[in-house]
Design a protein around this ligand. Structure first.
Ligand code: SF4
Ligand code: SF4
Length: 130
């Protein structure tokens, strides 16, 4: 584990009121192999390219997102939501080529707003560690 990863691991992300990764995502996958119970999301999922994902609202927000109060299914949020950290997402994509990033952005896998948040959050933890 490199120093940056150690710093991230020892400083859990503080999302506060940020909802950027719940907005305009390509659909959060339900992963039984990581403990997700598909029955908990009955009626709120759809199958896309063989993957079971949460539906999205007409504006692209996750079906469970209430812009005023946040996740309306927080206790049962899927494993991806529990483990996602935009700082790691930022580092992941910055480690790839610009061409890869553009392709991922086009495919909806890279959300520029989430990337910017990841960069901001990473800088905060780096500054705090100085
Ligand atoms: S974008 Fe980052 S800070 Fe915002 S909700 Fe997602 S993980 Fe939390
Ligand atoms: S289930 Fe909740 S935490 Fe996960 S993307 Fe939807 S609103 Fe966000």
């Amino acid at each position: 584990m490199d120093q940056l990863e150690a710093l991230i691991s020892s400083n859990p992300i503080e999302c506060g009121a940020c909802q950027k990764c719940c907005q305009n995502n390509p659909g959060i996958q339900i992963l039984p192999e990581f403990g997700d119970d598909p029955d908990l999301y009955a009626g709120n999922t759809e199958e896309i390219e063989g993957h079971l994902v949460l539906k999205r609202q007409s504006n692209g927000d996750c079906v469970y997102l209430d812009s005023a109060t946040g996740c309306t299914n927080y206790e049962n949020r899927p494993s991806i939501c529990r483990s996602f950290d935009c700082r790691r997402g930022y580092m992941h994509w910055m480690g790839r080529s610009r061409k890869d990033r553009l392709a991922a952005k086009k495919a909806g896998q890279l959300n520029p707003r989430v990337q910017r948040e990841g960069e901001k959050q990473l800088k905060q933890v780096l500054n705090a560690g100085q």
